[in-house]
Design a protein around this ligand. Structure first.
Ligand SMILES: Nc1ncnc2c1ncn2[C@@H]1O[C@H](COP(=O)(O)OP(=O)(O)OP(=O)(O)O)[C@@H](O)[C@H]1O
Length: 290
């Protein structure tokens, strides 16, 4: 499967939410990373047809999605950033209802729902009302409903919001297993969600694509630009206010700064291997100022 985004633009009141976004996606997991307001949801909403772009087109396996009509929808599974549920429905009934909307035959739907309840670890909650679930459990119902039709293209907008660490790991493993011969597009600003599972990271900044590559390539590109600095008073007072700091922690009497800089930021700075969070900050932020 191949998805081509061709020059997608969208403006709100004269301001670009998405500007000339072009990208090609083959099977695999894609992490759509960007700061708040970068345009992730706008792109996804255009992709799933909730929003019309001002310009551009999306081509799936050589066909314009606008020409595919409802057939396109049968290929996708989608979980919105803020899924809405019928709180009086039980988990099982809600999934059955969504199956009906997706025209999944009932015998097949029942089997699939049972599988998915196991996958998202909600079997014991199957007959609980959605209104009585925790936020993280509801989130898992959202993930399950997106996967009901066994989609070729799975689009998840901030899927791990509210999940505890164990469920996050479970989610990542689930996506890896699921993604074999499909496209999974996962929008987030939580870097660790995609660091270990994304085949490619798509970095969005202010509506524009700034990088698309494998995480290890992106990390390699900023090799030599991430430093650990043991901060004495002089560094803290004079230098730190001007540094892009991705992390700081106290070690004994000293504060250790993780600094992103094209040049060695201090005499005692030691160059360290970049991680994806450094990449995100390198392109996206001014860093935490001291
Ligand atoms: N309905 C709207 N009306 C006006 N501006 C909008 C609307 N929807 C989005 N925007 C603007 O478009 C830009 C991109 O928003 P979008 O929601 O796509 O970003 P995002 O990357 O998903 O952010 P977040 O991580 O906070 O969800 C932002 O500047 C936002 O304020």
């Amino acid at each position: 499967m191949n998805i081509l985004f061709k020059n997608i633009s969208k403006q709100y009141k004269g301001k670009y939410a998405l500007k000339n976004f072009s990208s090609s996606l083959d099977n695999g997991v894609y992490g759509l990373l960007g700061a708040n307001g970068a345009g992730k949801t706008t792109l996804i909403n255009i992709f799933v047809g909730i929003l019309k772009s001002d310009m551009g087109s999306i081509v799936v396996d050589g066909m314009d999605t606008r020409e595919m009509g409802l057939d396109f929808l049968s290929h996708i599974g989608y979980m919105p950033q803020y899924p809405r549920f019928y709180k009086n429905f039980t988990v099982y009934d809600f999934l059955l209802y969504i199956s009906t909307l997706k025209s999944i035959p009932s015998v097949l739907a029942e089997k699939r729902i049972k599988e998915l309840l196991d996958i998202v670890n909600l079997r014991d909650a199957a007959h609980k009302k959605i209104g009585a679930l925790s936020g993280g459990m509801r989130q898992r119902v959202g993930i399950a409903q997106a996967m009901l039709n066994d989609p070729d293209i799975l689009i998840l907008d901030e899927p791990t919001a509210g999940l505890d660490p164990q469920e996050r790991i479970r989610f990542r493993n689930l996506i890896t297993k699921f993604s074999g011969n499909r496209v999974v597009l996962l929008a987030t600003h939580i870097v660790s969600d995609v660091e270990f599972i994304a085949n490619q990271v798509i970095l969005l900044k202010e509506g524009q694509l700034i990088k698309q590559d494998a995480p290890e390539v992106l990390m390699q590109e900023i090799e030599g630009k991430v430093w650990l600095v043991s901060a004495n008073d002089k560094i803290l007072n004079e230098k730190a206010p001007h540094l892009k700091i991705s992390n700081m922690y106290r070690e004994n009497q000293c504060i250790q700064l993780r600094v992103i800089d094209d040049h060695k930021p201090a005499e005692n700075a030691v160059c360290v291997s970049p991680n994806l969070e450094d990449v995100f900050l390198y392109y996206n932020s001014e860093g935490e100022q001291w």
